[in-house]
Design a protein around this ligand. Structure first.
Ligand code: SAM
Ligand code: GLN
Length: 287
């Protein structure tokens, strides 16, 4: 069995299972099993596979055939062009979450040398905090999660990306483990309603952690808590950034106005045109 045969066999299996990207998935899985970069993978097509490698590859393709996301099978995912380890305890970082990072960086653009205090709620793999630490090398970041398993993954990712000294990971419910005031609060909280959850693609519903996704009857449970907590944890003039789901803009905007804590309320759409990020500044007086 050489690379070419194994590759074609896997494409066939994945195609018949209805996989949307059989060639790409087979390539990523096979090159990872063989610890090859993608250039070598394409040059060394005649190279033979050891029996062990072949069996391992077949097990991985079988997992993919059953709908498991490629990132969990290969144990890694790129975010902000940085490498991240992922496993079933963390949400696979999404490309649209890079927009959240971009918006934070825009607001911080003139303040890169400051010791900004940043708080992330629900860090999962650590993707957001690690990308921010990578760009804002003087920032000090507190990142929380309710899952110790997720925090363990985030800790490893901070080490892999050489930013461990900038981030403190804390276990706990929302703001419970946090004290002090911050310049920035950022979060990609769970935002899927119960109704939407039942309709999610099976790759998400059956494999990604429910705690990372589900957020009450209308999916804005966490946004409300984060917006309220801004009154305690955001410095006057500090900013809050939250990712949200399709159709949540109106409710989130209402909540941002409800407590009289914010001005400069804005939304940024993702590449599909969905309002994906809510941005607001804590008022500098009153509130
Ligand atoms: N920040 C990561 C990202 O953008 O890829 C993960 C986001 S995921 C949508 C939400 C995260 O919030 C999960 O890691 C989940 O464990 C965490 N979470 C859920 N409920 C929480 C709570 N009550 N307090 C703190 N974190 C919570
Ligand atoms: N964007 C994710 C999805 O499509 C949801 C992430 C979240 O709830 N924060 O499943």
């Amino acid at each position: 069995m050489n690379i070419s045969n194994a590759f074609n066999e896997a494409i066939h299996v994945l195609k018949s299972s209805g996989c949307a990207t059989p060639r790409l998935d087979a390539e990523v899985i096979l090159s990872t099993c063989l610890k090859m970069d993608r250039t070598r993978f394409h040059i060394d097509r005649e190279q033979s596979l050891t029996e062990n490698d072949y069996q391992e590859f077949r097990r991985c393709i079988e997992r993919r055939r059953c709908g498991e996301p490629v990132a969990y099978i290969v144990g890694k995912k790129e975010f902000w062009s940085l490498p991240f380890e992922v496993n079933k305890h963390v949400l696979i970082p999404r490309p649209e979450t890079e927009i959240l990072v971009e918006e934070v960086l825009k607001v911080c653009s003139g303040r890169k040398t400051e010791n900004l205090r940043i708080l992330e709620i629900g860090t999962g793999s650590g993707a957001i905090s690690i990308a921010l630490a990578h760009e804002l090398t003087n920032a000090q970041i507190i990142a929380t999660d309710i899952s110790q398993d997720a925090i363990n993954v985030a800790l490893r990712n901070a080490q892999i990306n050489d930013v461990a000294s900038q981030i403190h990971f804390l276990l706990g419910n929302l703001f419970e483990p946090v004290s002090g005031e911050f310049d920035i609060i950022v979060s990609n909280p769970p935002y899927i309603s119960k109704e939407e959850y039942d309709c999610l693609p099976s790759g998400v519903r059956d494999f990604e952690p429910q705690t990372a996704l589900l957020a009450g009857a209308d999916g804005t449970l966490f946004h409300r808590e984060i917006i309220k907590a801004g009154g305690v944890y955001l410095k006057a003039g500090g900013w809050t950034f939250m990712e949200m789901g399709d159709g949540q803009e109106e409710l989130v905007e209402f909540m941002l106005n409800e407590f009289g804590l914010y001005d400069n309320i804005a939304f940024r759409a993702d590449y599909a045109g969905i309002k994906r990020v809510a941005i607001a500044r804590r008022v500098t007086t009153g509130g």
